[in-house]
Design a protein around this ligand. Structure first.
Ligand code: NAP
Length: 316
């Protein structure tokens, strides 16, 4: 069984992979090229791809009888893989849910607090040597404790964010999801996204990417938000129409945004980079040693199940 891992992994994960499998670990940190994906499907039984590796229907069409039987994705989001085309080609797909939940919720709170309290702008001021001292009206931001938060996509990460907002910051939680949830904290369900956007101070996105959620946040939703409203995205960049977001920020329709992901990642529009009221992170959601190791083990557990002929732990 030949295994290809598409990026360097933490030392613990690489050590396990080398001990348990006949593995090739790609040394590049950039996404796989078209030719690399074709080789992966032709020459390896199992591939561990990740964000940016575009296993599209076209790629599967170019390898009609792939040697590969499993794409054990590293990450919970798998919108870069055409799962229907994979299944049609006889390739199973797994992901790494759960391992990423708390770390990603923590980054959502980092963005929410940083944007509301102007932490990035303040840090830049201090670093530039331009701070002239405290005064009662210096850099006034938006109060967070007790405010209203709206979660779009009340799944694992959405609920972890909601818990932090409710228990940590006494916030009133509202949400929108495809289905109503049975939760152990108070939360108001909205079936209508625009109504939710109009209701809250912070709108936080935690839905999966893909065709169904592309541009879920468009000019209409942004227009419905309060002028003091702040939009937070830890989901996938394509969930927001980025041009519409820039227009809304430039027009002062909303007060700010905190973004971990971008529509054309890793490209971040200059217009966003110019705005002080926008917090920009380089897709840090799961970026801790422990979490990346847990994700790697989860992906390798799926590989091990496949090799042993056991049911896959996290099929999608
Ligand atoms: P999850 O448990 O599957 O939750 C996704 C939620 O989105 C579910 O509650 C689902 O509703 C809801 N949803 C799906 N389609 C929707 C739609 N069209 N409109 C409204 N709600 C919709 O997934 P998760 O583990 O929380 O992860 C969520 C996403 O976060 C991942 O897919 C990934 O793309 C992203 N993520 C980003 C980072 C990062 O580094 N920034 C890290 C991890 C994950 P139902 O429950 O009603 O079906």
């Amino acid at each position: 069984m030949k295994l290809l891992i598409a990026r360097p992994m933490t030392a613990a994960v690489e050590a396990r992979a080398r001990a348990e499998f006949d593995v090739e670990v790609r040394s590049e940190t950039l996404p796989m090229t078209h030719d690399e994906m074709l080789r992966a499907l032709r020459e390896f039984e199992v591939v561990v791809p990740t964000l940016g590796d575009q296993f599209s229907a076209q790629i599967f069409a170019e390898v009609p009888e792939p040697r590969c039987k499993l794409l054990a994705n590293f990450g919970v989001g798998y919108n870069h893989i055409d799962v229907d085309a994979a299944h049609a080609a006889g390739v199973a797909v797994t992901n790494t849910p759960g391992a990423v939940t708390d770390a990603t919720a923590d980054i959502a709170m980092t963005l929410l607090l940083s944007t509301a309290r102007r932490a990035g702008e303040g840090e830049r001021l201090v670093r530039a040597g331009d701070w002239q001292g405290w005064h009662p009206t210096q850099m006034l931001g938006h109060h967070v404790t007790g405010k209203r938060v709206g979660i779009v996509g009340m799944g694992r990460i959405g609920q972890a964010i909601a818990r932090r907002c409710h228990f940590g910051f006494g916030m009133r939680v509202s949400y929108q999801s495809r289905s109503r949830k049975d939760l152990d904290f108070p939360a108001e369900y909205f079936s209508d996204l625009t109504a939710l956007a109009a209701r809250v101070d912070f709108l936080v996105l935690a839905v999966p990417g893909g065709a169904e959620t592309r541009h879920l946040i468009d000019a209409g939703v942004l227009e419905a938000m309060n002028p003091s409203g702040i939009l937070i995205n830890i989901a996938r960049g394509e969930v927001i129409n980025e041009a519409a977001l820039i227009a809304a920020l430039q027009a002062g329709q909303i007060a700010g945004a905190g973004l971990d992901v971008y529509e054309f990642e890793p490209a971040v529009p200059q217009a966003l980079r110019n705005m002080e009221n926008v917090t920009l992170l380089p897709h840090l959601g799961t970026a801790t040693e422990e979490v990346r190791t847990d994700m790697g083990h989860m992906a390798l557990d799926n590989v091990a199940a496949f090799v042993a002929g056991r049911p896959l732990s996290n099929p999608v």
